[in-house]
Design a protein around this ligand. Structure first.
Ligand SMILES: *Cc1c(COP(=O)(O)O)cnc(C)c1O
Length: 383
């Protein structure tokens, strides 16, 4: 058995990252300012987006989007139930109704047909989720949204470095990225809102800082403009320079870090192929490039005669950490009580919710670590 515990994720922090943050700490200006502006422009260069707004989190970005689109009572928002809870929570908090659609059993992503079937004349917004680093098949979904004049925003929290039809996720349309510590690049906490819609970008930029219509930092004045006034009530969701400096430093290493993730994922796929009870996700056949945010497998609980929770516990006993991305939202207490969607309504979501497990995957992991994980899995299953 492994001596040291292997976490399922760990941020990759270099001496350069630490130096970049230290520079800001010594500079005399640590909140939103020049570093945040350069992080946004570097991000646009990498992703090819028209505009990017840095934020306190991806969740903040989703909150601002609900506000920017004036989503409220009687509105419906289509999203999968296999997602992080932030999106459904914000839909509910806006007073609107989440309409959960089922996913493909083997990619965990929504299909255009399922979205189309869920659309009504109350649908205002569609939020597909790029899952685990793979890309949703966006082309038909974009067509659907355009035909019905419904806003489309991609949850790109897993898609930093993912591309679809040879274009980086975020280049076209509206997308929200996360820099939480487990994501492919981190700022500790943080997010980026990208859009090719000028109106939405301007509204998000205004709403993220009290609705005063200016960024926190004025270059000429070398400080915050004291004359700024409220154009509409806004929030306090800006990203500080201290964190943006970490983001810039991480962004420069994104290709290298994602390459390492891909190498480790390929080794997992090769080594796990011989274990019948373990079913990795399928990589979509259409043109896309994977960023391997997560390495998710499904446990064949019938064959293994072991629940997924027991499997995770047994791996922990062998010093292997795992994650769960995600428990179906519609099966969680609040949603069961508030919406009461019967089990069986979203069969592929429910099937995966009982079987998925994220194995350790992060850039500083070694190939020996992958072998340790696979050995531990074999040991658990041979009982
Ligand atoms: C991490 C994550 C989020 C939320 O990101 P935060 O920056 O933590 O708010 C949203 N959606 C998905 C799919 C995620 O994995």
């Amino acid at each position: 058995m492994r001596e040291a515990f292997l976490p399922f994720s760990r941020p990759s922090i270099t001496a350069d990252d630490i130096a970049a943050v230290s520079d800001v700490l010594r500079s005399g200006w640590i909140t939103t300012g020049p570093r945040t502006a350069s992080f946004e422009s570097e991000f646009c260069t990498r992703v090819g987006c028209r505009g990017a707004v840095s934020l306190a989190s991806a969740t903040a970005g989703m909150h601002l989007l609900m506000k920017a689109l004036d989503i409220g009572a009687r509105d419906e928002v289509i999203t999968p139930s296999m997602t992080w809870v932030s999106t459904p929570n914000l839909i509910v908090l806006a007073g609107a109704t989440p309409v959960f659609v089922d996913i493909d059993r083997d990619t965990l992503m929504v299909s255009p047909a399922q979205i189309e079937a869920a659309m009504t004349d109350r649908t205002r917004l569609i939020v597909p989720v790029h899952f685990a680093g793979a890309a949703v098949d966006m082309r038909p979904i974009r067509q659907l949204a355009a035909d019905k004049s419904v806003f489309l925003a991609e949850d790109a929290a897993h898609a930093m470095g993912t591309s679809y039809m040879d274009e980086p996720v975020g280049r076209e349309g509206t997308a929200i990225f996360s820099f939480h510590p487990i994501k492919n690049i981190t700022t500790g906490e943080g997010g980026m809102f990208t859009s090719d819609d000028r109106f939405v970008l301007d509204r998000i930029r205004r709403l993220k800082f009290h609705g005063i219509g200016v960024d926190a930092f004025d270059r000429r004045g070398q400080g915050r403009s004291p004359q700024a006034e409220v154009l509409e009530p806004g929030f306090k969701y800006n990203m500080p320079d201290m964190l943006a400096a970490l983001g810039s430093s991480q962004l420069a290493r994104l290709p290298q870090m994602n390459k390492k993730r891909a190498t480790l994922a390929a080794l997992y796929l090769e080594r796990l192929a011989e274990i019948d009870e373990i079913l990795p996700l399928k990589v979509p056949a259409y043109n896309m490039a994977h960023s391997w945010h997560l390495f998710i497998v499904r446990l064949d609980i019938e064959k293994a005669r072991l629940s997924r929770d027991e499997f995770m516990e047994e791996l922990k006993n062998r010093n292997i950490g795992t994650g769960l991305h995600f428990r179906a939202v519609h099966l969680q207490q609040y949603y069961v009580q508030a919406m009461g969607i019967p089990r069986g309504t979203l069969p592929n979501t429910e099937w995966n919710s009982d079987r998925i497990c994220s194995l350790p995957l992060f850039p500083d992991m070694t190939e020996d670590d992958v072998v340790d994980v696979v050995d531990a899995i074999k040991d658990v299953l041979k009982r």
